[in-house]
Design a binder for this molecule. Structure first.
Ligand SMILES: Cc1cc2nc3c(=O)[nH]c(=O)nc-3n(C[C@H](O)[C@H](O)[C@H](O)COP(=O)(O)O)c2cc1C
Length: 108
């Protein structure tokens, strides 16, 4: 399961470096991509999905996106009241985990 922020329409270079570094170890593994950002990070998820497919991984179709809008951030830009602010994202994340479970069951 990959949890990635979005910076300027893509995912961080450190994550790409980790993917490139291991390379063969990713082959044939199912994956779930979850993104977050001010707008949810969907572009980062799209880019990561392409790269995982290039590494012969099997990312599941559902890619939950967690939107952190400004009203959720408090002092030091930390997330305030995580439970109510993140409640809306529990269902898509749960659905994504179910897809991952199904993919893992059929892969091994
Ligand atoms: C330079 C910069 C670029 C960003 N670009 C995007 C973006 O393209 N889309 C988006 O949804 N959020 C964007 N954000 C918001 C970040 O995804 C958000 O602040 C997130 O919490 C960063 O993850 P981190 O706190 O784990 O570092 C950007 C933030 C910064 C500082």
């Amino acid at each position: 399961m990959f949890l990635t922020p979005q910076y300027n329409w893509s995912y961080p270079a450190a994550l790409k470096n980790a993917l490139d570094h291991l390379y063969r170890e990713w082959h044939d593994k199912p994956a779930l991509i979850i993104s977050y950002g001010h707008r949810g990070g969907g572009r980062a998820a799209d880019h990561l999905q392409q790269v995982l497919q290039g590494l012969r991984m099997k990312p599941v179709a559902l890619m939950p996106a967690i939107i952190f809008d400004e009203t959720m951030l408090g002092e030091h830009r930390l997330l305030k009241e995580p439970a109510p602010n993140l409640a809306a994202f529990c269902a898509p994340i749960s659905d994504g985990l179910m897809q991952l479970k199904t993919a893992l069951t059929s892969a091994y």
